[in-house]
Design a protein around this ligand. Structure first.
Ligand code: C5P
Length: 299
């Protein structure tokens, strides 16, 4: 019997980036929000203790060797439980754009952890699974958890924000991804002469998100990586402007980009989505709702 798990894309409603750390990561304070654009991982049994992967959907740029994040997740779980006799065939059904700033690879890793744990019938406590997730990538713990959460550290330390009412967003994806390390490096270059304060998420934004108060959320959305992403992909400035002039309350780059996120008022969704669909250099437009659940097994 195979097991299918689904995990969501994330957007950062605030991404406040501190200075670079000795380990090469940046200290962050972020408001993560999972949205209903999901990848699935189907884990099937194998005779041999091997981990193999196939990708369907948005396959460009996704490795199909041991460096694939779903394979790495399965390998880390297998090692954690000390069961090298276990194997799995993994099928990743990708809908989240690759290198899009939406943590698509992290979603695959989170879905693979959940799918393999169920396939192999191994019991791993939530905090242990979170620890394995953090080893796989900064955003993987949040892809496991889902919902809305404040992330600190390099993004792996989470405080769940309970009771957030649903919000609708429009996402515009780009035909070509951006490298996350390259965007952070550009930010460091831009800030070379600046003293960066410790990062903090505005609790006013958290309260506005809990209440789904779009008018209050709009001016508080923040992404410190945006100037770096715009420097590397100047066309994104025109896309943000196009969304705003079509009636979006706010537009910002998602994470390290190049996907852009728009907050829209009730009744304006179709007009904004249509305008973004006509904009140059847009691969796809998605109307999504958040908060979405974290990685979970689906029937
Ligand atoms: O953890 P993850 O593999 O997603 O990070 C990818 C890259 O993004 C890192 O190698 C680093 O260059 C950058 N990054 C960072 N600070 C963070 C998270 C990611 O500099 N907090």
């Amino acid at each position: 019997m195979s097991v299918t798990a689904r995990a969501p894309a994330k957007v950062n409603l605030a991404l406040v980036v501190g200075g670079p750390r000795p380990d090469g990561f940046h200290e962050l304070a972020t408001l993560f929000h999972a949205v209903g654009l999901c990848d699935e991982v189907v884990a099937s049994p194998t005779e041999e203790p091997e981990l193999r992967v196939r990708v369907e959907g948005l396959v460009d740029g996704v490795p199909v060797d041991a460096s694939n994040l779903a394979v790495r997740a399965a390998a880390v779980l297998r090692e954690h439980v000390g069961r090298f006799d276990l194997g799995a065939n993994l099928l990743v059904r990708k809908q989240i754009p690759v290198a899009g700033g939406l943590a698509g690879g992290s979603a695959d890793a989170a879905a693979a952890l959940v799918a393999c744990a169920a396939l192999w019938r191994v019991r791993v406590a939530d905090d242990e699974l979170g620890g394995l997730a953090a080893r796989l990538g900064s955003d993987v713990p949040f892809a496991l958890r889902g919902g809305t959460a404040v992330g600190t550290g390099r993004g792996e330390r989470l405080r769940t924000v309970d009771g957030a009412a649903p919000l609708t967003w429009v996402l515009a994806t780009a035909p070509e991804g951006l490298s996350t390390p390259a965007v952070y490096a550009e930010l460091d270059r831009q800030r070379a002469d600046v003293t960066v304060p410790p990062p903090v998420v505005d609790e006013g934004l958290v309260a506005a998100v809990v209440g789904a108060d779009s008018e209050r959320i709009a001016p508080l959305l923040r992404n410190d990586l945006e100037p770096a992403a715009l420097a590397l992909r100047p066309g994104l400035g025109g896309l943000l402007a196009a969304g705003r002039s079509a009636g979006a309350l706010a537009g910002l780059v998602c994470g390290s980009g190049p996907t852009c996120l728009f907050l829209v008022g009730v009744g304006d969704t179709d007009r904004v989505a249509a305008a973004l669909g006509r904009a140059p250099e847009v691969a796809s437009v998605h109307v999504v709702t958040g908060p979405a659940p974290g990685a979970h097994v689906v029937p």
